[in-house]
Design a protein around this ligand. Structure first.
Ligand code: SF4
Length: 283
């Protein structure tokens, strides 16, 4: 038998090699986990969160722990290396993408299906920066798809009154780390200059970083998201808000009310700075 219905997703192929078998196992695992997590992607609000469902977490593991010192150095080096004198908007982004090419600048290239460059309005007034592509993002070549993407879309729509197409979504690294682990400092160091250049091309009015890796890479090398969320920082003069990663909220719904408050503060600043929107703010 070569076909199986796994949680509504038809997995249809016969594994020929060990690599095929591994990919098949990853497909099945992702389909089952999605099914469980989708139950948590409820309306995003500041109301009392639902009970956390029993989902076996895919722990983010760093095989080499990143310490404050090394993060500080790599963040500084990335800023120095990044030539931010790029044309603005789509032209600048295309130039950066061309330069990235079939990138082999770090080991993450070996396990990727796609480079996940980023998505959204090339001149967006709000840029969102996450950590790294996961399984779904790697397959689709787009950041924040799957259950975490659905959660992000709800956060944007329900609290900020913005659609995914009105913002720009990026990650600190553009290739999927193996086993869902955190990107290592040398991988972040190789990819980060491109992120700085993308932000320079987009020229947002406000930035939102989600999760500790993005916080450390862009804002505070010794920071942790639990301590820093809800506070404003700046990156090259652009105000930056930090909050929990949508994937964290899927497994810890009690964090939603904090993220709700953080996004409300961000929305207020966005409107004060003249951020563009196609519909009125919900607040
Ligand atoms: S993660 Fe970034 S630096 Fe590393 S291979 Fe991918 S695109 Fe290149």
């Amino acid at each position: 038998m070569c076909c199986a219905d796994v949680a509504g997703a038809m997995v249809c192929r016969m594994p020929d090699t060990l690599a095929d078998l591994r990919a098949l196992v990853a497909d099945v695992r992702a389909a089952l986990e999605d099914e469980a997590l989708r139950g948590v992607v409820a309306e995003f609000s500041d109301e009392a969160p639902p009970e956390a469902v029993a989902v076996e977490a895919s722990p983010r593991r760093a095989t080499r722990p990143a310490v404050g010192g090394s993060w500080a150095k790599l963040a500084d080096r990335a800023r120095e290396k990044a030539d931010t004198s790029v044309p603005v908007g789509a032209e600048g982004l295309q130039l950066i993408r061309d330069e990235l090419g079939d990138c082999r600048r770090c080991n993450l290239c070996t396990g990727r299906s796609h480079i996940v460059f980023g998505v959204g309005d090339p001149s967006a007034d709000l840029v969102i920066v996450g950590e790294a592509p996961g399984y779904h993002e790697d397959r689709r070549g787009e950041p924040f798809v799957g259950p975490a993407g659905e959660m992000l879309d709800k956060m944007l729509a329900n609290v900020l009154g913005l659609d995914r197409e009105e913002v720009h979504i990026l990650n600190v690294v553009k290739c999927k780390p193996p086993e869902n682990r955190n990107p290592l400092p040398d991988e972040v160091g190789a990819c980060l200059p491109f992120l700085h250049r993308q932000i320079a091309a987009i020229q947002p009015k406000v930035i939102l970083v989600v999760g500790t890796v993005a916080l450390k890479a862009l804002l505070d090398p010794s920071g942790g998201i639990t301590r820093h969320r809800g506070q404003w920082g700046t990156l090259d003069g652009v105000p930056v808000m930090s909050t929990f990663h949508p994937a964290y909220l899927l497994r810890n719904p009690e964090g939603k009310r904090h993220t709700f408050a953080d996004l409300k503060a961000l929305g207020k600043r966005y409107d004060e700075l003249g951020g563009r929107r196609t519909r009125p703010s919900p607040f």
